[in-house]
Design a protein around this ligand. Structure first.
Ligand code: ZN
Length: 202
């Protein structure tokens, strides 16, 4: 760990920079083993977390489920953060306090909207074959990486990626989770290809 924080050192009798050696977190407590960077003294610090019930609406393939989770009031959450709710990784898509905001302290949050990352990601691919454009949807793990160097195969069609569109622009390489759409061109069959045929969905 390379986190450096300020704590009171009983030896230096002062607030000094500390390094966190170990952190044990339970629902309401954090126990830190810290080392004073001034004198080298190692000691434990316990903190109690103040929690708050927050409503979270989690979507999975267009369906949504409402859950209530206890989150530390001091934590700052922002759109795009990945948090774990009852064992499920979800990405925050929207935060509401008294209005929609991009980030907020949990203390002020009323509702969080999020999408589940525990389900496969459906990625749409437009494959251009000179005069025709084919459209296929495939299901892949959220962290599956697409790039413009690999030759992919779907059924009898081989293709290479021309560009990957995300919310932040276009890329040559990206993980499935961030992809809005892939644009590709058909290519010649080669021996080393990535077969996505079994991943095709309607
Ligand atoms: Zn010290």
């Amino acid at each position: 760990m390379d986190e450096e924080l300020l704590f009171e050192c009983p030896i230096c009798d002062d607030i000094t920079p500390h390094e966190i050696l170990k952190s044990q977190e339970s629902k309401k407590h954090v126990k830190l083993t810290v080392k004073c960077l001034n004198c080298g003294y190692v000691h434990d610090i316990e903190k109690t977390l103040k929690l708050k019930d927050v409503k979270i609406i989690i979507s999975r393939y267009g369906e949504s489920e409402k859950k209530v989770s206890q989150l530390p009031v001091d934590e700052i959450l922002k759109v795009g953060d990945v948090i774990n709710i009852f064992g499920e990784d979800v990405e925050i898509t929207s935060i509401e306090t008294t209005k929609r905001v991009m980030s907020s302290k949990v203390e002020d949050i009323q509702t969080i909207w999020a999408k589940s990352l525990n389900i496969p990601k459906k990625v749409g691919i437009s494959i251009n074959d000179r005069n025709t454009t084919y459209s296929v949807n495939i299901l892949v793990p959220q962290d599956y990486v697409f790039d413009n160097e690999t030759t992919y195969r779907v059924g009898r069609m081989f293709f290479k990626i021309k560009m990957i569109k995300t919310e932040k622009g276009t890329f040559k390489r990206e993980i499935a989770r961030k992809i809005k759409r892939i644009y590709a061109n058909t290519s010649r069959p080669i021996r080393n290809y990535e077969d996505l045929t079994d991943n095709v969905v309607v």
